[in-house]
Ligand binder design. Structure first.
Ligand code: AHR
Length: 653
């Protein structure tokens, strides 16, 4: 059977490329586990970059719904000739977090309306239902709203009317309608009919079909592609946006919880970060705030891993630091976050969590202090956090950053200090070319086994940086797959790993490569996504030693391998990377008292062209191919395609 499959493989791939050039033997000591693998080893890194949250996973379709962008009219167009005084932006400082509102005055004989362009248009689907909602305050009752959804050619796809009630103060109104067509670039018209005067705010349009159909929720296709990976954790909210360009624009979790209309928006740091990718309409509305992050983590079975500002703004930008004697507010934010996540419903922050809909705790176990911060200023601030956190919450593991690079003076300084401080988990970042990933598969083989553990918190293989935006090619993904064998082999030290960034919107990105790309209607995983997913779905529970000639397989003859055992499914799982342009015969000899019996599952990602990538048009150029193979006894001998990543799962009795 196996030889038939191998022959079939040769035929489908074209014989010229795949005539086996060499062979290699590996030895697996199945009965001699060398350590445990964390149950949350492979996770995801979420940051609102590349329109990941606003304009992305947060399903709001209206841009600048509360007129709080720097330019209150950004995203909006006035329809028809508005008469002087028909639209006024009112700024009322008494309205917490959201002072601006739109005052509309409409005499009987004037045609008046507004159009919202959405985030690079609005993605709407035929037959799906959409809810338009707003807050309003009547000044002179008599206004009616007519809502129209239009495609790019101004064809009306759905419409409805909404009368505003006569109550006093700010009130809610909402109406649903269905779209008759699919469009990736729809827009919304709001016509004012009748005559009257009112203040309006939070003009909003959401699909009703969101993730778990939560009102004003998340895009379900984007959450689904995450859930499909079964990520062990979600790191949020970043990334550099934790730090902010300056301290005033740092991410403050307390401003992202409670009623949505009171969440004060700020400019997204990625709005201005790259001169060649300016994104003037990029703001953080925090509709996806810390409560929603915790909920998302829970929904998809991931540990929440929040990262908080340590009292320093991004050191690539202003690098502002808060004086040490004023750090208390920042430390208090950390304590309050733990209370928000885990506290009893009678505590102040636990009560808010319950009021928001989640009386049960979120079971927070880890907390990051600082993202890519460095220098003695970071260590001083971290020490202050650690003292208080360990005193009040010894159960929470602290994650601390070893800076921007995985080597060099800055890294060595931080790594040494963090280990002296007995930090629980050190967060390492590496954005490097494929050659770095290929030559680094042994990076953790000689790391200190005791003391601080490692979180590979952000990484990606960059094929073309710094001369251009990196593409998520098969070359990048395969080099990552090779490197990750080293993380898996050293999972007793490397407890967690996440690729970064997570999402990129094809019409609104600042940073590339990214793990998952979207437009307003579609989503696809890059080859790197396929690699991450295979690791995550086949993570195992214990590390199993795998050697070639007594050495770890870290790239000799461009071959990489690691193996794990999965106690739950009773499977030995081998991962093998053939980074050669020719096929290779590999023989994995298993030494064990136990029986290997039954057909193995073999999953292959392969392509002889390293430049190939997935895309919206061709989302599955690189995709896993599953087959069943019967190997003989304890020898897993097979032919592995050029440039391939293979996972073999063997049932163990
Ligand atoms: O992932 C993109 C950025 O890379 C993150 O915001 C930052 O932590 C790193 O420099």
């Amino acid at each position: 059977m196996r030889s038939i499959l191998a022959a079939a493989l040769l035929l489908t791939m074209g014989t010229a490329d795949v005539v086996a050039q060499s062979s290699a033997t590996f030895n697996i000591q199945l009965d001699q586990s060398s350590g445990n693998i964390s149950s949350h080893m492979w996770g995801v890194f979420f940051e609102d970059i590349n329109m990941g949250a606003d304009g992305g996973i947060y399903a709001e379709l209206v841009k600048n719904r509360s007129f709080e962008f720097d330019n209150p009219w950004m995203g909006w167009n006035k329809l028809e000739q508005s008469v002087e005084g028909t639209f006024l932006i009112v700024n009322d400082a008494k309205r917490k977090g959201n002072p601006r509102a739109l005052k509309v005055f409409k005499p009987t004989d004037v045609k008046l309306g507004l159009q919202n362009e959405g985030f690079r248009g609005m993605g709407v689907r035929k037959g799906e239902s959409y809810e338009f909602s707003l807050l309003y305050k009547q000044l002179k009752p008599g206004l009616r709203l007519r809502i129209e959804l239009l495609d790019e050619e101004n064809k009306v796809l759905g419409e409805s009317t909404l009368a505003l009630g006569n109550g006093a103060g700010w009130q809610n109104a909402a109406v649903k309608f269905t779209s008759s067509q699919t469009s990736a670039k729809a827009k919304l018209n709001v016509w004012f009919e009748g005559a009257g005067e009112a203040e309006l705010d939070m003009l909003s349009l959401f699909p009703t079909e969101t993730w778990k159909n939560r009102p004003k929720g998340l895009r379900k296709d984007m959450v689904q592609i995450l859930a499909d990976m079964k990520p062990g954790f979600i790191r949020f909210p970043g990334g550099c946006i934790v730090e902010g360009r300056d301290l005033a624009n740092r991410f403050q979790w307390k401003k992202t919880v409670g009623p949505i209309e009171e969440r004060e928006l700020i400019i997204n740091r990625w709005n201005t970060e790259f001169k060649h990718r300016l994104t003037p309409d990029y703001f953080q509305t925090f509709g996806l705030g810390f409560y929603e992050y915790f909920l998302l983590s829970e929904d998809i079975g991931a540990e929440p891993v929040p990262i908080l500002n340590c009292g320093m703004a991004c050191q690539f930008n202003t690098g502002e630091v808060v004086p040490l004697d004023e750090l208390d507010t920042y430390i208090q934010d950390a304590l309050d976050l733990i209370e928000f996540a885990n506290g009893d419903v009678h505590t102040a922050w636990g009560k808010l969590r319950a009021e928001m809909g989640h009386p049960a705790p979120f079971n927070l176990k880890m907390l990051g202090v600082g993202n890519e911060n460095w220098g003695p200023q970071y260590i001083e601030r971290l020490a202050a956090f650690k003292k208080v956190l360990k005193d009040k919450h010894p159960e929470i593991e602290i994650i601390a950053s070893s800076g921007t690079d995985p080597e060099g003076e800055r890294f060595s300084f931080l790594d040494e200090r963090l280990r002296d401080m007995k930090i629980d988990i050190i967060d390492e970042h590496y954005y490097r070319p494929p050659s770095w990933f290929l030559s680094g598969a042994a990076r953790y083989d000689n790391y200190e086994r005791n003391g601080s553990k490692i979180f590979a918190g952000e990484y990606a293989s960059h094929t073309t940086r710094p001369n251009g935006p990196g593409r998520s090619t098969w070359e990048a993904a395969l080099s990552e797959a090779a490197f990750l064998t080293g993380l898996e082999r050293n999972a007793d030290v490397v407890r967690m790993a996440s690729y970064a960034p997570l999402f990129g919107h094809v019409d609104g990105w600042q940073w590339s490569p990214d793990l998952i790309w979207v437009d307003n209607l579609n989503v696809y995983g890059t080859p790197s996504y396929q690699v991450q997913k295979l690791y995550s779905l086949n993570k195992g529970t214990t590390i199993i030693p795998l050697k070639r000639n007594g050495q770890n397989a870290t790239g000799q003859d461009s071959l990489y391998a690691s193996s794990v055992y999965d106690e739950t499914n009773k499977e030995l799982i081998i991962k093998f990377i053939n980074y050669n342009s020719t096929a290779v015969v590999a023989d994995f000899k298993i030494d064990s008292k136990r029986k290997i019996s039954g057909a193995a599952t073999k999953i292959t990602l392969a392509n002889a062209d390293l430049n190939i990538a997935n895309s919206i048009e061709e989302p599955l150029q690189i995709k896993p191919r599953d087959e069943k193979v019967n190997y003989k006894g304890k020898s897993v001998k097979d032919t592995f395609a050029p440039y391939s990543f293979t996972v073999i799962k063997l049932p163990v009795k």
